[in-house]
Design a protein around this ligand. Structure first.
Ligand SMILES: Cc1cc2nc3c(=O)[nH]c(=O)nc-3n(C[C@H](O)[C@H](O)[C@H](O)COP(=O)(O)OP(=O)(O)OC[C@H]3O[C@@H](n4cnc5c(N)ncnc54)[C@H](O)[C@@H]3O)c2cc1C
Length: 611
């Protein structure tokens, strides 16, 4: 017989047991509901992406009342145009000065759970989160209709950080020291380094040079938590070519490192989420989305506001201190030209009254990026729900954009090159059913990009209609030297794919392009390969509103102010005068951090971050 006490203890244990069982059931039914939710979301969105037709113009802003008088949207101290990498960070910092009223205005809307999945990036390029721009005919798209490439740029609160591949790699000291050598005082590495540290929180990154990172910023970076035998073999293969381990955001960029990712618990950490979401309710910060800015209002060579379209109406918002364009390398030059700031002959062509003759869009530079796929003898069984379950725990292949290892090296021409492992195949579609990877023999990819190409293109207006997309000519591989460099990189990728460490899984380069009529690895083969769908833009455009000292060949000065126009700055990738030995958004974050200090200085104010 049980004593009263023992009985009570047993009943307590039973009750606890029941609670644990019901909690477990509750959690497991919750997580199976979540898995189901993600499976449906992914299926629907991947299938939608397949049917995507890029628009020919800024769709959604079809102003029926295009010519009616604009409505008054109010007065602000600062108006920041574009909530992408640069604009989101800058608006956060400006709003830290509590007596400043800041408007952050963005063409797109809010993102959702699908956008948060890093592995979904490919499907976001053909979605409502991308504007749908196209290039003029380019060599690298010779197998597309009219040789025209699609040219994705992010649309929405977060900008291109909503669709990018989340790798944080910010360049080397000599990149920025060179900017100073161009006459840009204040942009040497010593000058900009504190700003790189200020935005970053690298507390959980592994294998880093701690002196080169920030640990208190709002932008959290993490490593991908899983690894694979392809990753091990890729790293071993790099080793056989003398590429050794490094922190590529540390003292020595050349070498390989496991990716440092703009993710938080495996989810995309876009610029709006990490810089604005925690300050969104501040009274002095107003966010206005789904609004296309069509013009900066300029009187007596001074900017005093913007015009924009929202919900089929035109509006005017005024700025007492500054208008800041952070609309990216495509958006910012277009808005400037529509406002009368641009090359005189270009504006004349489109009947736009000239306000200031500047070489806006005269330069536009992107990088070539080329992939190669490799088949193996390893078998995999695709299981969407299993990878979703991992994602819900903050890891697994859905939480990375396949780019699990990144390496930087210099080629024989002393040109910096990147090589990355693309681990896995991402979401796949078979018979209208969406899976992750495919059931069958596994493959992986290797991707390269030329970090400092010589070819430069340009960006011009199609017309004076703000709803028309601009004309983007990237002139990718326009310079023979770039083609030679990338062919050398392709040979190196093939060497890596055929190296000893890859033999254990019978790695074989997939050769299903039309180029197989040429001898594999011959120059003619690679020249053909460069014109297939394996080859494209890295989508890191710069220089369209280049920073410089001379208004004849630059658009903004070293304080990012548009030459000859007061109260107007550009703060985004378009001001970069040359590319860096890394990726891009880190540099844009740095530019925005530095801009916030320069603006505070110029207006005699203090923002919290500049303590
Ligand atoms: C597929 C892809 C992969 C990439 N991968 C990486 C990577 O792994 N690592 C990396 O560092 N970089 C990567 N990048 C590049 C990086 O994301 C961008 O360089 C960076 O986001 C640029 O920042 P930005 O502020 O200049 O412009 P954006 O982030 O593009 O922001 C511009 C904002 O302005 C808005 N806008 C434009 N015109 C108007 C208008 N008229 N009115 C209102 N709003 C407007 C846009 O909607 C957008 O939100 C990638 C880019 C792409 C496309």
């Amino acid at each position: 017989m049980l004593s009263y006490k023992t009985g009570t203890v047993m009943s307590v244990i039973n009750v606890i047991g029941l609670i644990v069982i019901s909690l477990t059931c509750c959690f497991s039914s919750q997580s199976s509901q979540q898995t189901e939710y993600y499976a449906n979301l992914i299926t629907q969105r991947v299938l939608n992406a397949q049917k995507y037709q890029p628009p020919d113009y800024y769709k959604g802003f079809d102003v029926s009342e295009k010519y009616t008088a604009p409505k008054d949207f109010g007065v602000f101290d600062f108006i920041v145009v574009g909530a992408g990498a640069g604009g989101s960070l800058l608006a956060r910092r400006l709003s830290e000065a509590h007596d400043w009223k800041v408007l952050l205005i963005e063409g797109g809307g809010t993102s959702d759970d699908f956008v948060d999945i890093p592995a979904a990036f490919n499907h976001l390029l053909t979605s409502e989160y991308s504007w749908g721009f196209k290039t003029t005919p380019q060599k690298v798209c010779e197998d597309s209709i009219g040789s025209i490439c699609t040219y994705p740029r992010g649309k929405g609160l977060g900008g291109t950080t909503l669709i990018h591949t989340v790798v944080h790699a910010r360049g080397i000291p000599s990149d920025y020291d060179y900017w100073e050598k161009l006459g840009l005082d204040g942009w040497s590495f010593d000058d900009v380094f504190p700003y790189f540290k200020r935005y970053e929180n690298a507390s959980i990154l592994k294998d880093i040079d701690p002196d080169y990172h920030g640990f208190n910023g709002p932008f959290a970076v993490e490593n991908y938590r899983n690894s694979s035998e392809f990753e091990e073999a890729f790293i071993a293969a790099l080793g056989t070519f003398g590429i050794t381990k490094t922190d590529y955001n540390g003292q020595k960029v050349y070498g390989y490192g496991r990716s440092q990712l703009a993710t938080h618990n495996g989810k995309r950490n876009d610029a709006f989420k990490c810089f604005i979401s925690d300050v969104i309710n501040k009274e002095n910060l107003q966010i206005q989305d789904n609004s296309l800015v069509t013009k900066v209002l300029i009187r007596n060579a001074t900017a005093y506001g913007i015009e924009f379209i929202h919900d089929n109406n035109r509006y005017i918002a005024k700025a007492t201190k500054e208008v800041i364009l952070s609309a990216g390398s495509v958006g910012s030059p277009q808005i400037l030209m529509l406002s009368g700031v641009g090359p005189a002959n270009e504006l004349l062509k489109h009947n736009i009254t000239l306000v200031k003759d500047l070489p806006v869009g005269r330069e536009f530079q992107d990088r070539p990026g080329i992939s190669m796929y490799i088949t193996t003898d390893r078998f995999e069984e695709a299981d969407l729900k299993a990878v979703i379950a991992q994602y819900l725990q903050g890891h697994g292949p859905m939480s990375v954009s396949q780019r699990t290892v990144v390496a930087f090296y210099k080629n024989s021409r002393n040109s910096p090159v990147e090589i990355m492992l693309l681990d896995g195949e991402g979401f796949t579609v078979y018979n209208n059913s969406v899976n992750f990877g495919k059931t069958g023999l596994k493959s992986f990819g290797i991707r390269t990009a030329l970090l400092k190409p010589k070819s430069v293109g340009n960006l011009t207006l199609a017309s004076n209609d703000p709803l028309q997309f601009p004309v983007i000519n990237t002139n990718l591989l326009g310079e023979p030297d770039d083609e030679e460099s990338i062919i050398e990189a392709l040979n190196f990728m093939a060497d890596v794919a055929e190296s000893e460490p890859m033999k254990k899984f019978n790695a074989t380069i997939k050769d299903d392009t039309a180029c197989k009529v040429f001898p594999f690895r011959s120059k003619r083969y690679w020249k053909c390969y460069l014109r297939t769908s394996m080859s494209d833009h890295a989508l890191h455009p710069i220089r369209s509103c280049k920073m410089g000292t001379n208004p004849n060949d630059s658009v903004v000065n070293n304080r990012l102010q548009v030459h000859g126009i007061s109260n107007l700055r550009v703060v985004d990738a378009s001001v970069m005068p040359t590319s860096v030995t890394g990726h891009q958004f880190g540099t844009v974050f740095m530019i925005a951090e530095k801009a916030s200090d320069m603006i505070a200085e110029d207006h005699g104010n203090i923002i919290n971050s500049s303590r």
